[in-house]
Design a protein around this ligand. Sequence first.
Ligand code: GAR
Length: 198
Amino acid sequence: MNKRIAILISGGGSNMVSLAESMVGDHPARPVLVLSNDTEAGGLAKASAMGIATAAIDHKPFGDDRAGFEALLKTELENADADLICLAGFMRILTAEFISRWEGRMLNIHPSLLPKYKGLNTHARALRAGDKMAGCSVHEVTAALDDGPILGQAQVPILPGDTADTLAARVLPMEHRLYPAVLRRFAAGDRTPVYLKS
Ligand code: GAR
């Protein structure tokens, strides 16, 4: 039985597209829902064009009521009968209670070589620190931000003259390779980490 994957996004959804495109043939998973907390997210139209069901739940009317937002999210995930959640540029922090319900069944991609640079502005922070390498990580989601077991990492060099934008442009194509590689293993029950170099 294929695993049913819900992909949560907030923006352009390029990682969502790479995940969705990978789930064909003998892949052990299929995308069943793309959901955004931003009704204007460009990824929603891309998912629709790929024939994937979409949903948008605007978080803004909920203010600080994260549980209220998550109650709607839970309903959408249940209606889609999702087995696993892939966070792919989903820029909302989820509550510990929501995360605990999905423990071991929710992945995230983060644009740094974790445990370095949890949170935002990862590339600028890597440059400021004088790092030689940057990259991205896929990890299981646990209650602590960007902190769960690492399932894969991809490295790229930091080059002289790099800005946060040029570095992001070098890391993103690696994200598009790494996340599908991890999901293929994870959906088959294999948690052996994937390591890639550019
Ligand atoms: C990606 O670089 C992803 O790693 C990052 O947002 C971007 C989304 O791009 N995620 C985070 O920063 C999570 N904290 P996309 O919408 O084109 O996939």
